[in-house]
Design a protein around this ligand. Sequence first.
Ligand SMILES: Nc1ncnc2c1ncn2[C@@H]1O[C@H](COP(=O)(O)OP(=O)(O)O)[C@@H](O)[C@H]1O
Ligand SMILES: [Mg+2]
Length: 248
Amino acid sequence: MSLIKLTGITKRYRMGDETVFALDHVSMAVEPSEFVAIVGPSGSGKSTLMNIIGCLDAPDEGEYILDGENVSALPDRELAILRNRKIGFVFQHFNLLGKLSAFENVELPLIYQGVRSASRKEMVTEVMEKVGLTARLKHRPNQLSGGQQQRVAIARALVTRPSLILADEPTGNLDSKSGREVMDTFHHLHKMGNTILLITHNNRIAAEAQRMLSIQDGKVTCPEDYLSMEREAERRQTSGTDKEVRGA
Ligand SMILES: Nc1ncnc2c1ncn2[C@@H]1O[C@H](COP(=O)(O)OP(=O)(O)O)[C@@H](O)[C@H]1O
Ligand SMILES: [Mg+2]
C-alpha cells in the first residue's frame, strides 16, 4: 500500500476574473521508505502541494489517501490529529525557538503529545544521535551553524516517529557546505528506513533523491514526461511561427 496516494488533486485560486490552477489534477504516489524529490520553479505549485500533502490545507477536487486514511473526507480537527501523528515537517527557515536549547526544541512536540519526562529524554537522545548532534544538546540555535540548526529541526520532525518527513526547501537558506550536511542527514535517515518527500527548486539537490518528480504550472510529471512536454511545446511554438511567416 502506498503511503501517499493523490488522485486528481486540484486547487484553484480566483484572482479577479481569472482562475489560477495552483494544482491541476495532480496524481502521484509515494511508497513507504522511498526518498522522493519534487522539483519545480517558483510559482509552479510546490507550496500548495506541500500544504495539501501535509494536511495543512484541503484540495478543491480529488482524493488524498495518507497511510490508508482518506484525508479528503476528514474534518479540520481530525486532520490536525492525523497531521501530528503522521507527518514531520522541515522548513526552509528551521523555525526553532531561540530561547530553548537544541534538546528542548526537539523535546517540545513530545511535551504536546503528553509523553512522560523519562521517555522524552530517551527519545530525544536517540534522534539527536541519528542526526549527529549528541555533542550539541545544550546549545541554543544562535550558537549553532545553519546546517546544525536544520539538523535540530530534522530531529524535531523525527522525534514523534512520523510516517513521513516532509521538507520544503530544506537547503534553501544554507550555504553549500551546510546544504551538503543536511542532504547527508536525509540520506542517512533514508537508509534507516524513513520515508522522505523533499520539495525544492534546485535540480541538483532533487537529483540526489531516489526518485524525482517535476512540477510545472500545477502539473506533476516524471522528468521524462516533462522533457517530452517541453519538446511538444517547442514544436507547437515553431509550427505556430511557421504559420505566421506563411500568413504574412
Ligand atoms: N492564496 C493564494 N491566492 C491566490 N493565488 C495563490 C495563492 N497561493 C498560491 N497562489 C498561486 O498559485 C500558484 C502556485 O503557488 P505556490 O504553490 O506558492 O508555488 P511555489 O511554492 O512553487 O512557488 C502561483 O501562481 C501563485 O501565485
Ligand atoms: Mg513555495
